[in-house]
Design a protein around this ligand. Structure first.
Ligand SMILES: C[S@@+](CC[C@H](N)C(=O)[O-])C[C@H]1O[C@@H](n2cnc3c(N)ncnc32)[C@H](O)[C@@H]1O
Length: 224
C-alpha cells in the first residue's frame, strides 16, 4: 500500500494544534480556490485582465504540491526575507508563512485586488500566521520601488506578460545566492517569452525548469 504523503514539518517550532489548524485552513482555502468567483463591479478596472473570464474572477492559486515544494525550498535555503508577487486569496502565502515561521523570517506579499486582499487576510489570521506575513495592498511596480530590504527568496506569480519586468526590478534587491521561483512556465509559456529569453541569456544566474504542476522556473543568483 502506498504510504500517505506527509509534509515533514518542524514539530519543535510548531505545536500539534497549530499544525492541525493550519491543515484545516489550508484545505478550506484549497476548496475555496476552486469555487470562488466575483462579478466585477462597474468601477472594476483590474490591472489583470487575464484574470477575468466572462465576468468571473478566479483565485488562480498554486496546487498543494507546488505549495508544499515552495515551503520546502524556503526552509531548506534558510530564506528569511520572502517576497511574493501576487497574493490572491493567500494560499501560497500561507505556505510561505509556514516556511517563514520555521526560518524565523517574514513574507511580504503584494496584491492589488481588494476583494482578494480581504480574503487573504482572513485566511492568514485563521492559520495563525499574521505575524509572519505582510500584504502590500498596491500595484507590484509601485510596491517594489519602495521595497528596500535585501531579499532571500522571490515567488513570481502575477501577470504573466510582466514577468520580465518583475525580474528586472527584483534582481538587484536579491542577495547573492538568493532564489527566484516563477510559476506557470508550462501552461502560460506563450505569455512569457521575453522573461524566458532574458533568463536564458543571463549569466548572473543558474536556472532549472521544474516540470511539476504548471511548471516552475527555479533561478539562483550566482553573480551580481
Ligand atoms: C496567480 S494569482 C496569485 C496566486 C497566489 N500566488 C497563490 O498561489 O495563492 C495572481 C495575482 O496577482 C495579482 N496581480 C496581477 N498583477 C498585479 C499587479 N501589477 N500588482 C498587484 N497584484 C497583481 C492578481 O490580482 C492575482 O490575484
Amino acid at each position: 500500500m502506498q504510504e500517505k504523503q506527509q509534509v515533514h514539518l518542524r514539530s519543535d517550532i510548531m505545536n500539534q494544534s497549530f499544525l492541525d489548524n493550519f491543515e484545516r485552513v489550508s484545505k478550506d482555502v484549497e476548496k475555496l480556490g476552486k469555487t470562488i468567483n466575483w462579478v466585477p463591479t462597474k468601477n472594476y478596472t483590474d490591472v489583470v485582465t487575464k484574470n477575468k473570464t466572462k465576468g468571473v474572477i478566479y483565485a488562480w492559486q498554486v496546487s498543494r504540491s507546488t505549495a508544499e515544494f515552495l515551503r520546502f525550498l524556503v526552509v531548506s535555503t534558510s530564506s528569511k526575507t520572502i517576497l511574493e508577487l501576487g497574493t490572491s486569496i493567500g494560499y501560497s502565502g500561507m505556505w510561505f508563512g509556514l516556511g517563514a515561521k520555521e526560518t524565523k523570517g517574514h513574507v511580504y506579499s503584494i496584491e492589488v485586488f481588494k476583494p482578494k486582499i480581504k480574503l487573504a487576510k482572513e485566511h492568514i489570521v485563521s492559520a495563525g500566521l499574521e505575524k509572519q506575513i505582510t500584504i502590500f495592498e498596491e500595484d507590484i511596480f509601485s510596491a517594489l520601488k519602495k521595497f528596500k530590504k535585501k531579499i532571500d527568496f522571490v515567488f513570481i506569480d502575477a501577470k504573466k506578460e510582466d514577468y520580465h519586468k518583475y525580474y528586472e526590478q527584483v534582481f538587484p534587491k536579491l542577495r547573492l545566492g538568493g532564489i527566484i521561483v516563477a510559476d506557470n512556465i508550462t501552461n502560460y509559456k506563450k505569455y512569457m517569452t521575453k522573461f524566458l529569453d532574458t533568463v536564458k541569456n543571463d549569466n548572473r544566474i543558474i536556472s532549472y525548469p521544474l516540470q511539476i504542476d504548471n511548471g516552475l522556473l527555479l533561478i539562483k543568483k550566482i553573480r551580481n
